[in-house]
Design a protein around this ligand. Structure first.
Ligand SMILES: Nc1ncnc2c1ncn2[C@@H]1O[C@H](COP(=O)(O)OP(=O)(O)O)[C@@H](O)[C@H]1O
Ligand SMILES: [Mg+2]
Length: 240
C-alpha cells in the first residue's frame, strides 16, 4: 500500500525528517510513537502532499506508483486520507454539505449518529467545535472520503476516555474489522502519544520517532510498555 524509501524532508530550509524507511502492506496497521517535535506530524503531512514539506531525497510509493511529486488532491483521489492533528476552521462549509457533495446523505447519517455529530452537521466545520468534536468530525470526513490508507495524527489527544472508545470502535469499522482478515484491504498509519487508541485498535508494527528519524521497530504494545518504563530518551537503547 505505502512504501517510503530513504526519505529526507525539509521545511523552509530546515531539515525535519532523515532517512525514513517505511513499508505498510495491505491490511496492515502501523503506529508511530514519539515526543513532541519529533517530526511525526511532518511525516504524515509529507505523505499527504502538503507543499511546504519539501522532499530533498528519497521517494514515496503508493499502490506501486511514485507519488513523491503528485499534488495533495491527486493523492487524496488515489486513496490517501488523513485525520489532522490541528485542522483549520472552514467557514462556509458544513459536514452536511460535504455529505451532499459526495452523495453520502443516507450512509453517512448512521456514521454521524455513531460519532455523536448530529448537532454539528449544519455548523461551519471546526468553527467553535470542542477538541473532541474536531477529532470526531475529522473521522467523519474520512468516512465520507473512504480512502484505502488512513493516516491518524494523535486521534485521542484532548479526548476523554469515553469518546476515545467511540472513536476507537469507529476506526475499527473504517478498517473493516467486521470482515474476515483475508477480505480486508485498508491500511493505517497511526500516530499516538499516549497509546490510548491501542486499547481499541490492534496494530501490527510500532516505531519510535526521535529527532526526525525512526529509531526502532517492534510490537506496538511492547514499545508502549518500554516508553512508559523508560521514557522516550532511553527508548532508543531499550529497542535496539
Ligand atoms: N514552518 C516550520 N519551520 C521550521 N520548523 C518547523 C516548521 N514547522 C514545523 N517545524 C518543526 O519541525 C519539527 C517537527 O514538528 P512536528 O512534525 O509537528 O512534530 P510532532 O508531530 O512529532 O510533535 C518541530 O521541531 C517543529 O518546530
Ligand atoms: Mg504532531
Amino acid at each position: 500500500m505505502l512504501k517510503i524509501e530513504d526519505l529526507f524532508v525539509e521545511i523552509e530550509g530546515t531539515r525535519i525528517l532523515n532517512h525514513i524507511n517505511l513499508h505498510i502492506g495491505k491490511n496492515e496497521r502501523h503506529v508511530i510513537f514519539g515526543p513532541n517535535g519529533a517530526g511525526k506530524s511532518s511525516l504524515l503531512m509529507t505523505i499527504m502532499g502538503y507543499p511546504r514539506y519539501k522532499v530533498v531525497q528519497g521517494r514515496i510509493l503508493f499502490k506501486d506508483m511514485d507519488i513523491t511529486h503528485l499534488s495533495l488532491d491527486e493523492r487524496a483521489k488515489m486513496g490517501i486520507g488523513m485525520m489532522h492533528q490541528r485542522p483549520p476552521t472552514i467557514k462556509g462549509l458544513t459536514l452536511m454539505k460535504l455529505m451532499e457533495v459526495f452523495g453520502k446523505e443516507k450512509t453517512a447519517q448512521e456514521a454521524s449518529e455513531k460519532l455523536k455529530l448530529n448537532s454539528l452537521l449544519n455548523r461551519d466545520i471546526n468553527c467553535n467545535f470542542s477538541g473532541g468534536e474536531i477529532k470526531r468530525s475529522e473521522l467523519f470526513q474520512l468516512f465520507i472520503q473512504n480512502p484505502d490508507l488512513f493516516m491518524l495524527d494523535e486521534p485521542e489527544s484532548g479526548v476523554d476516555l469515553g469518546n476515545v472508545e467511540v472513536m476507537g470502535n469507529f476506526v475499527n469499522e473504517l478498517l473493516e474489522e467486521n470482515l474476515k482478515i483475508k477480505h480486508r484491504k485498508r491500511s493505517a498509519l497511526i500516530i499516538t502519544h499516549t497509546g490510548f487508541i491501542l486499547r481499541y485498535v490492534t496494530a501490527d508494527k510500532g516505531y519510535v520517532m526521535v529527532n526526525g528519524s525512526l529509531i526502532g521497530m517492534g510490537n506496538p504494545l511492547q514499545i508502549l510498555k518500554e516508553i512508559e518504563k523508560h521514557g522516550f530518551d532511553r527508548c532508543a537503547e531499550c529497542l535496539i
